[in-house]
Ligand binder design. Sequence first.
Ligand code: CP
Length: 339
Amino acid sequence: MSLSLTIPAPIAPPTPGAPGQLRHLLGIRGLTRRQAEALLDQARLCKAARHAPAETGPSRPLAGRRIVTVFYEPSTRTVQSFHAAAAALGAQAVDLPVDRSSVHKGERLDDTLETVAAIGADAVILRHPQTGAAHYAARHLDVPVINAGDGTGEHPTQALSDALTILERRGRIAGLKVAIIGDIRHSRVARSNAHLLTLLGAQVWLSGPPTALPPAGIPGAARVARDRAEALDGADVVMALRVQRERQASGLMPPAAAYRAWWGLSAEALEQCSPDVVVLHPGPVNRGVEMDGELLADPRCAVRQQAANGVPVRMAVLLTLLARGGDRSWSMCSSAAGW
Ligand code: CP
C-alpha cells in the first residue's frame, strides 16, 4: 500500500475559547488550559454516567450520528475505545478497513476522506503515518476531524487518557514530577503528553537514548534529564514509551538487552521514585524491554486503567465536538473543577 503523500505539516492551533467551540481535535498543542481541563471534567462525568444503572443513566445524546474510523496504521486501544465511546453515546461507529479499501488501488488520502464524508460521516477519526495528516484532513472536510495519531506528531486522546489516569491515581497533576522515558524523538504520545502535562502544571522530564531525543524543540516546557536516574529521582509518575522495533532495525535504538539495562523499568529502578509512583505505558508493552513483565501486575502500574480511560475520554471528545445544543444534557462541563 502506498502511503506517500506530500503534506506540509502546519500545526494550526485549534480555535481558542470554550471547549464547545472546538471544531476539531488535532493536537494538544494550541489547546488552552481551560479547554484541556474541561475535556477532562467531561471525561470524568462520562465515566460516572457510563457506569450508572440503566434506569438512572443518561440518554443517547449522539443517537443518529455516524462516526467513521480511518486507520492507516494498526490499533487496538484507540480504535476499540472510539467504537465503545460512540456506542455508549448512541452513535453508530463504522470502520473503513484501509487494508481492504480503495487505498490499495492508489486512492489519495483527500479523495478517500471526501468519499467517506460523502457517504455519511458526522466525524472522522484518522490515524496516519504522515505527520500533519489530521491537519490536512481538517482542511478537506466539513465535519470534525479527530487525530488518532499522525506520524511523529500528536496523539491527543492518548494524552488525555493518561492525564485522567494520573488525576484518578494522584488527585492532581499540578506540581507532580513526570518522567517520560524512551524514544522521545519519534513518539507522538510523548509529544502530546509533554504539552498537556506541562499545560496542567506538571514538571515533565524526558530521558532516552541520545539518538532518540529531539534534536531541537523540546515539547511543552519539558526538560531533558542527564540519564534515567535523574528522570526517576522522586518521580510521581513514570511513563515508559514503546520501543518501535523498526527503529531498532535502523540502528537508531540500542538492542533490547541494552535498552532494558539503561532505560527499562524494573522494580529496582522504581525504588528511586516516589513511593506511590504511578507507572504508565501507552501500550502495547514489549515485556522485558521498556518494562519488566511483572510490573504489569504491580499495584503501582496503571496500564490497564489507561486503556479503560480511553473510553470516557473519547466520549468526552465526541460530545464536545458533536453534541448539539439540545444534546447537552451530558455536557455539564463548566470551567475547571477543583483540581
Ligand atoms: N496507545 C495506542 O495508541 O494504542 P493502539 O495503537 O493499540 O491504539
